[in-house]
Design a protein around this ligand. Sequence first.
Ligand code: SF4
Length: 353
Amino acid sequence: MTTLLDDLVSKALRRERPTRSEALAVLGGAEELLDVVAAGAKVRREFFGKRVKLNTIINMKSGLCPEDCSYCSQRLGSATEILKYSWITPEAAADTADAAVRAGAKRVCLVASGRGPGNRDITRIETTIEAIKKDNPHVEVCVCLGLLSDGQAERLAKAGAHAYSHNLNTSEERYADICTTHTFADRVDTLKQAGAAGLSPCSGAIFGMGESDSDIVDLAVALRELDPDSVPVNFLIPFEGTPLGQRWELTPERCLRILALFRFYFPDVEVRLAGGREIHLRGMQPLALHLANSIFLGDYLTSEGQPGEDDRQMIADAGFVVEGVEEQTLPGARHDLVAVRRRGAGTGLPSNT
Ligand code: SF4
């Protein structure tokens, strides 16, 4: 007789997604936490071995956003005392990127507050990518500028951006509860534009905003339909001065169950442990490395992360290694994409023409 977790592991190794009831059982505590982590770890090990990819965030423009995302310290009307500044220069961004690469980062995420970029902003980012690549030609540059307009994704791809990041954040049903100035559909549309332009799609979530288990499953399903290459899993950082500033509802166990569920939904995709890990997982962060294969190194957009040295020590202590620049993150073998022909010549079925 197989257990729920055996079935989930077998399915994940075949890249099949969990059923809704299986997913709800993982979140609901039907299985012991350490058994859930061990099951997720088997899947993580199969596709990513012991590697941990390091990423770093550069906040190109901070604060003063006209949008009202209720989790965000940069939102319209935020009373959080964050750093506020307009665009940093391409040279300043390149210097920051260079320091991060020397500390082990493989991906640099260029992020700017705002609803979306104007064409002058895209020009700024093009120049910034050029400045970063001058000294670090192999670093992956991911761009995160909000909602894109026609032609902007193509410009970013041409400038050498590797990926575009735009989180769905929460389920479609709950989206209007966390933001009223744009919609879930707007976000999906931008992700599709980025993917169509050849940028690697990066999209994830923020948990701890009052969502139910059912919302979490809805979001995982919606994200999987977008077929992202990387999925950041954030845990709400409740900034005082934002509408969600008093929400401290996450426990380390809840975070680990969510991460395990995301590993089952995204077995061979980069699952990135993102903002909020220090404050919500606390001493349980090393266990999360058995589920996520990627973390952010250094500070976040408007809050400080734990020192890079502590992260590198934690990775080594837990028996993992930092992924090298020459190593491929995603598995190269995608046999699920190869369909053996069963129509046309030699069969009784019409050909696919
Ligand atoms: S998440 Fe982005 S769009 Fe929303 S308020 Fe913050 S900076 Fe603005």
